[in-house]
Design a protein around this ligand. Structure first.
Ligand code: B12
Ligand code: SF4
Ligand code: SF4
Length: 400
């Protein structure tokens, strides 16, 4: 998830490889005879993907109407790029009319422990699992390009690769390909891998045999909905991004409405609570991709050190990390909200240092942190900051 709207990479057919040429648009049976799908899947797994399935792009889908509703209700908040690209985003063919099929890939980034454990030490920040290693965008885009290059060498066609940033609805596409289903928390989860999955896609002019779509296996469960600390789900399968801590910590640039500052606790980048609550994760394995493994420095970083980062130190600490994308000011704002929630009077000095910061959003967060620490101090030694949590269903007005 990111604010970037960079365009997809395009690979054109070339003559590498020793397979007989199959032109884009060739009749399907010739591909089927050579088992194109099985070979692509085999190559994808060799490249480190955990799931690879195929979707037909010719049929309409309900996701377009739901995207329109999401935007009309302004649930995208300050992610203006979602509305700006809405026309291309509604369906893969709206973005690329010649595309016929999608190769949809999943890469497991499952943690080897419950990430909510990081919320117990309030002097340290909790960085979302997906952001503790290298930036998955770069990693997956590289692998997608490798797979796409391999594909066009054997089955001449046009291809474009996507991971996260292009106007493509990746979750409904993955559901159509049968990788999994969109759960009540709106993320794609699988019966074999749970919900710690990154998605990537290759659209192609080839006509590939589609896999059957996956059906919903949430049943009567509502664990993710109840786990959300900010009641961000107006209904099952729907998210109001404006209330989501992932949106607030990563996508939203300005100061936050008061109610969410206390609710964020020590989460300083992203949020995993709804994902971690899902019972299907009992089938998940820890991710095997070394570049996605948590860096020691990001497992439980000290708030005091993070609040003191200047621009250069921020860039150095987050080299090749997705966190780098949000910039120092937005990150230090998040850290200061966590400082305010720490209940540790010793961190007041750290917050006070930021009262004269060059960034307005940082100064505002520092002032809030100091006031909140003072409230905790007045409540007495050993007091924890008042818990701020919105029970599911209790929904104060959403911020704009
Ligand atoms: C915008 C965005 C965000 C936004 C909005 C999230 C959202 N749920 O829409 C914010 C910033 C909040 C966000 C957060 C996260 N994101 Co994000 N994000 C995206 C992005 C760029 C677009 C998603 C989108 O189109 N949203 C618009 C809404 C309308 O789409 P939707 O959720 O699919 O909506 C569906 C449901 O609402 C459903 N629906 C609506 N009504 C009803 C009614 C019924 C009855 C039913 C059945 C369904 C239904 O239909 C809609 C269409 O399918 C995608 C990448 C991409 N290009 O697709 C990554 C992506 C979804 N994000 C991803 C990740 C990892 C995350 C986080 C887990 C990161 C974190 N740990 O902090 C969180 C998860 C928060 C959450 N609970 O969703 C991954 C998810 C992988 C997966 N397995 O699903 C993606 C796919 C990136 C990737 N390539 O891997 N993200
Ligand atoms: S990521 Fe966190 S805040 Fe966002 S919907 Fe999930 S539990 Fe709620
Ligand atoms: S926690 Fe339950 S309701 Fe939520 S996605 Fe997982 S199975 Fe579905």
């Amino acid at each position: 998830m990111t604010t970037s709207t960079s365009e997809p990479s395009v690979l054109t057919p070339h003559s590498e490889g020793c397979e007989p040429a199959t032109r884009a648009g060739a009749a399907r049976p010739s591909l089927a005879k050579r088992g194109a799908e099985a070979r692509i899947r085999e190559r994808a797994l060799e490249l480190g993907f955990d799931l690879c399935r195929f979707a037909d792009l010719t049929a309409p889908w309900p996701a377009s109407a739901r995207l329109a509703e999401f935007i009309a209700a302004e649930r995208h908040g300050s992610m203006g790029w979602m509305a700006e690209t809405a026309e291309r985003r509604v369906h893969p063919k709206a973005m690329w009319g010649e595309a016929r099929s999608a190769v949809v890939l999943g890469m497991n980034y499952g943690p080897d422990h419950d990430p909510r454990e990081a919320q117990t030490d309030l002097g340290r920040g909790a960085v979302s699992v997906y952001a503790q290693g290298d930036d998955y965008h770069e990693l997956i885009k590289g692998r997608l390009k490798q797979l796409a290059g391999w594909l066009v060498a054997r089955f001449p066609s046009e291809v474009k690769v996507f991971v996260d940033t292009a106007p493509l609805m990746e979750k409904p596409l993955a559901q159509r390909a049968g990788l999994g289903w969109q759960g009540k928390h709106t993320n794609l989860l699988s019966r074999t891998h749970g919900n710690w999955l990154f998605l990537g896609s290759i659209l192609t002019t080839l006509e590939l045999q589609p896999d059957p779509p996956e059906t919903d296996h949430c049943g009567s469960c509502r664990a993710c909905l109840d786990a959300c600390p900010t009641a961000a789900f107006p209904a099952p399968y729907q998210l109001d991004a404006r209330r989501c801590l992932s949106y607030l910590t990563i996508e939203h640039a300005g100061p936050w409405p008061e109610e969410f500052r206390a609710a964020v606790g020590n989460r300083i980048y992203g949020c995993d609570d709804c994902l971690a609550a899902c019972p299907w994760n009992k089938f998940a394995q820890a991710g095997r991709e070394l570049r996605l493994q948590a860096r020691e420095a990001l497992k439980r970083p000290r708030l005091a050190e993070l609040a003191r980062l200047d621009d250069a130190a921020f860039r150095a600490l987050f080299t090749k990390s997705p966190v780098k994308r949000i910039g120092r000011d937005r990150f230090v704002r998040n850290v200061l909200y966590a400082v305010g929630n720490s209940g540790d009077p010793a961190l007041a000095a750290v917050a006070a240092e930021r009262l004269e910061d060059a960034s307005e959003v940082v100064r505002d967060a520092a002032g809030w942190a100091l006031a909140r620490l003072e409230l905790t101090r007045e409540a007495g030694e050993g007091a924890t900051p008042p818990a701020e949590r919105f029970p599911a269903g209790a929904r104060p007005a959403a911020p704009s």
